[in-house]
Ligand binder design. Structure first.
Ligand code: F6P
Length: 353
């Protein structure tokens, strides 16, 4: 087991409910192993600017498990991506004798983690993003809370929607993946869902709304992912024009990121935080913690980022050609699995609408 005296923990990118539970787990696991833990403030910016707090006592993270947001703050730090920023970050680690880092966030956070690891400081990524857009893992911290926030939001809309016999088009987050849209469309009984991953048959949806109205249905909810930029507002106008039903656009926006973390998020974050520290102590670096089929495991960050790009159709021809047969097999199978899971939810919306 590698000898660690001090590790740092940071949260980076968009905040996600449950990040605090992960921070708490990292701090407490580290302290329990006799390791000092630095809370690096505002993500990678804290490393660049040497802004951190040494946590000496487990009580310093008491009660954050149930809080939304991130108690150690977050930033999207462009400076960190520059050579100067990276040099400053490494200097901070050396000066503060930090010999390992746990970085909680999304794909941008993992790219940063790889950069640090390649400069000799073992770094482990923990997936924290409401979007669930890390293809190597079934689950990212924050997804469940964000979805529950959307469900509560749409349940409230339903009441007024029914009273007025209207349609509501709701745009939900997920810049690069439609997981929130798909899950919440099923859970709110939406009449339709539109995500970037699958074709959307606008004419068929409108026909269905007209038929249902004729059959006596008063209120309609349509969920659209922000992964199709601008489409939710456009669709609102189209539905109103073509069905004659008063249609309103609604968007819970950043409220989706601010819910009180659900049990699922607290649990997964606690498991992943503890596991991440143990993996670091076992000598692992440059990996992301994943939870697949209910089991924790690690995946190399470069592989996790590549499988993401493959899923989004963004893998370059050179990257594709450089894949080993084993990598290709893993990545193809993983992409097929993620797509199939999403497609099952998509189909379910239309089966039971
Ligand atoms: O954290 C992910 C996410 O919430 C996306 O779903 C959304 O597109 C984006 O962040 C919003 O980013 P910002 O906080 O910079 O507005």
């Amino acid at each position: 087991m590698a000898k660690f005296r001090r590790i740092g923990v940071l949260t980076s990118g968009g905040d996600a409910p449950g990040m605090n539970a992960a921070v708490r787990a990292v701090v407490r696991t580290g302290l329990a192993h006799g390791i000092e833990v630095y809370a690096i403030m505002e993500g990678y910016k804290g490393l660049v600017e040497n802004n951190m707090r040494l946590i000496k006592n487990p009580s310093e993270v008491s009660n954050i498990i149930g809080q939304s947001g991130t108690a150690i703050y977050t930033e999207r730090c462009p400076e960190f991506a520059t050579e100067e920023g990276m040099a400053a970050a490494i200097k901070t680690c050396r000066e503060n004798q930090i010999d390992g880092i746990i970085a909680i966030g999304g794909d941008g956070t993992f790219r940063g983690a790889t950069d640090i690891a390649s400069r000799g400081i073992p770094t482990i990524g923990v997936p924290g993003t409401i979007d669930n857009d890390i293809a190597a893992t079934d689950y990212t911290i924050g997804l469940d809370t964000a979805c529950n926030t959307v469900v509560t939001f749409v349940d409230s809309l339903r009441a007024t929607c029914e009273s007025h016999a209207r349609c509501n088009v709701v745009e939900v987050m997920g810049r690069h993946a439609g997981h929130i849209a798909l899950r919440t469309a099923v859970a709110t009984g939406a009449v339709a869902v539109a995500v970037a991953e699958f074709d959307f048959d606008e004419d068929e949806v409108i026909k269905n709304i007209i038929e249902k109205r004729k059959a006596g249905k008063r209120g309609f909810v349509v969920i659209v992912s922000e992964g199709i930029p601008g489409y939710a507002e456009k669709l609102t106008k189209i539905i109103e024009q073509k069905t004659g039903i008063v249609t309103r656009f609604c968007c819970p926006a950043h409220v989706q990121r601010g819910g009180i973390p659900t049990l699922e998020d607290r649990l997964t974050a606690s498991e992943m935080g503890e596991y991440a520290v143990k993996q670091l102590l076992d000598g692992k670096s440059d990996v992301v913690i994943c939870k697949n089929g209910g089991k924790l495991c690690t995946v190399d960050i470069s592989r996790a980022l590549k499988v993401d790009r493959m899923l989004k159709g963004k893998l370059t021809a050179e990257e594709e050609a450089a894949l080993t047969p084993e990598e290709r097999e893993y990545m193809t199978a993983r992409c097929a699995e993620v797509r199939a899971n999403m497609k099952a939810l998509y189909d379910l919306v239309y089966e039971i609408r």
